[in-house]
Design a protein around this ligand. Sequence first.
Ligand code: AMP
Length: 217
Amino acid sequence: MRLIFLGAPGSGKGTQAKILQDARGLAQLSTGDLLRAAVKEGSELGREASTFMNAGVLVPDKVMIALILKRMAQLDGGGGYILDGFPRTQAQAQALEEALDELGQPIDAVIELKIDQAKVLERLLGRRICPNGHGEWHVVFNPPTREGRCDFCGEPLVHRDDDHEEQILTRLDEFHQLTEPLSKYYAERGILRQVDASTGMEEIAKAIEAIVTDGAA
Ligand code: AMP
């Protein structure tokens, strides 16, 4: 099954993609994670992307399209995937559609995680991530077992540079202007499904699971 998770920063795309990855064996393809890994490596891509990321604005389409198509080409075909954080613009959505049409492997469903701005701020200000990509926690709503440490590798958790108020507001602005219109784009193609993402982690996972089960039936 091929899925896209669409939603504002802090809507829980990454958390839910990880849950579904474990439950269904789908590969989570997170462009944010790919970029953060490139920044950590100090590669040319990382250097180019970090200025945009730190400011809370989108990395140029050309860079992102090349990055995700390269990553998708490395998949071994069978298992399906969840695109988490891609596409984020109309140009990205069109490039993806063209590439998948050529392969005869269209997206099965776009799951939009709907959430309001106040909730996003609350979630992102308290979010802490594992620097090795093992997931994310929240200082109040979902604290790690050992304070400030990843439950899986024990590394100190990180407060992302772009999870501070000024950058969050910029990211939300980018989302409303550039990404939110994709909801209509996919609704017109008949593949948009919406989920209330303001509830708890387990409830949201259940709603997503129901959509995926429905789609697989
Ligand atoms: P995320 O972890 O998905 O919130 O992404 C963190 C940052 O990476 C974003 O604020 C953007 O600067 C950049 N980024 C991730 N995915 C994309 C994308 N599809 N298009 C442009 N920029 C992206």
